[in-house]
Ligand binder design. Structure first.
Ligand SMILES: [Zn+2]
Length: 253
């Protein structure tokens, strides 16, 4: 992991979360020439289907489909994402290393504790990453760890937005992914150990045609809110800033 500056970093608890909540947006931004990345907090060892190694390979395939420049998984235990000092430092270190301008976090409420904890953890780690006096370690590329100059300089993302697809909340904006929908779906299907039709866990996991129908229904719903075919929902805590009233998108009546 050399110091490669990213424009956009998406953080999530589990491999395949990003593909489900904001994969189309990441693909769209990559197609616009932005450098994007994905940080998965866990390696997925608790999943009913497949091993952590299967999921690592699948995550790489999905990353290629979404055209991300960087993807890595931390070693936080799956099903036990906790907002500890140690975990905040791990994430802060990645933020300093990658220096994203935009950080996409999971929405801060939801059914799965790993998801909402990842949200708070990501926010607090972003705050820590900007504290000049806090030492979060050296870049992995630095040969001499005693070298003061090699220390990672402070950095905070300019913008934090929350991918809200997992939770029933009204988004503050949606991103049109009509042209990226098929790519996003393909990135999700790259997780063959999770989503291909098979016997293990068939009581929990819907068949592939059912998944396609659900993913499409959600994307269409948020697309409808934005007046486009398919979209992904986001929440931002700040107000929107408008310069030109005639350029505000989405029809009112
Ligand atoms: Zn998840």
């Amino acid at each position: 992991m050399n110091s490669i500056a990213l424009d956009i970093l998406a953080l999530a608890a589990h491999r395949d979360d990003v593909e489900q909540t904001c994969g189309g947006t990441l693909l769209k931004m990559a197609e616009r020439g932005y450098r994007t990345g994905i940080l998965d907090l866990t390696k997925g060892e608790m999943g009913t289907r497949g091993t952590a190694e299967d999921r690592a390979r699948e995550a790489e395939d999905a990353a290629r489909i979404l055209k991300v420049s960087w993807r890595q998984a931390l070693d936080i235990p799956d099903g036990r994402v906790e907002n500890t000092w140690e975990n905040r430092l791990k994430v802060a270190r990645v933020i300093r290393e990658l220096r994203p301008r935009v950080l996409i976090l999971p929405y801060w409420q939801g059914r799965h504790p790993d998801h909402y904890t990842a949200s708070i953890l990501g926010y607090e780690a972003s705050f820590l990453a900007g504290l000049a006096k806090l030492d979060v370690g050296h870049p992995q590329s630095a040969a001499n760890h005693q070298d003061e100059l090699a220390k990672l300089p402070p950095h905070r993302p300019f913008k934090i937005i929350y991918a809200s697809l997992y939770h029933d909340v009204r988004p503050t904006f949606v991103v049109d992914i009509t042209d990226q929908f098929e790519g996003r779906f393909a990135s999700l299907m790259a997780y063959k150990s999770q989503f291909s039709d098979q016997h293990a866990g068939s009581g929990i996991f819907p068949a592939q045609t059912e998944i396609r129908a659900r993913v499409e229904a959600m994307a269409r719903f948020y697309g409808m809110l934005g007046g486009v075919t398919y979209a992904e929902p986001f929440v931002q805590k700040e107000v929107g800033l408008v310069d030109d009233l005639l350029a505000i998108p989405v029809k009112s009546i």
